[in-house]
Design a protein around this ligand. Sequence first.
Ligand code: ADP
Ligand code: MG
Length: 327
Amino acid sequence: MSWHHVTLIGLLLVSSPIRAQWLQTQWDVMGTRATLEFWQDSAAEFVDADTHPVTTAIKTEFSRINATYSPWVENSELYRVNANASQSAQPVSEEFQYLINTSGDYYRLTDGAFDITFASVGHLYDYRNGKAPDTEQLKQTLPSIGFDRIALHDGRVQFTVAGTRIDLGGIAKGHAIDRAVAILRQYGIAHAYISLGGDSFVLGDRRGRDWQVGIRHPRDAQAVAMRLPVANLAVSTSGDYERYFIRDGERIHHIINPGNGKSSHGLVSVTVIAARGIDADALSTSVFVMGTQKGLAMINAMPGVSAVLISAEGKVFYSDDLSPPSP
Ligand code: ADP
Ligand code: MG
């Protein structure tokens, strides 16, 4: 099997068989798959997850987030901003401001590796149809990249340069996970697992035991490279296998180095564990672009944040607080 044609790594939840009152459901949203599993405390009032009001509430919330921040939905808030913010300041919601401001925090923390204006070039990629910007297009669009091209004042956002666009794909799913956790808590649920593509959160424990989140080994899809016991933590994986195509032996994928507008090479998978989904999500994308040395140094300086990195050669790197599995 060739290296490209294997699903290299992914998150795999290792859990005991579902007991009577664990309810589980899955659905497609935000261009990916959502999984929800939760423990229902009271005597089986609901026999299946889909009839439980917490499921409806989370589904509605994920759909709202998609409809608001999708760059492809023509009347989304984000679409309106990208279409008009180079001409005039656009009013945006508090939530939108929070996402832009958090993105700005990560832009500064990562020395520009995390940059939502990557989309100024990023929109020229079409992974399904094998399209990437050529040298001339890169030259024309690179000057529009840079978080400092965004002016956000009094609830209005404006781009100071023509051609700037934003995309919240590196942070929106983590935010959606945080929203789901808040909803689960509102409904009094104390034990749950929620995931949205590579972003997930483990709420509580698995009734007396930790949830085990496994990271698959890149050289063997069946093998687990490492098992991490987690409770009340967000886990986010960024990989180069989510959206990509191969051209002249090069894997062209959806995590873009804002410095050159090209797919970031060197790492193939980055998993980050943090207290909040939004942080784990932004950081997994960030470390993917920053690479092993800079990425690990940043994570090691952040209390309560852990990471597991897998390089293109299949080497595994851990943040200082995680000890490697025993040989
Ligand atoms: P996914 O779960 O979609 O694979 P990731 O957390 O791995 O998400 O982030 C990839 C997404 O982040 C891309 O699809 C794109 O929308 C966005 N992105 C790509 N490069 C960057 C970057 N340098 N800074 C911020 N966001 C980025
Ligand atoms: Mg991410």
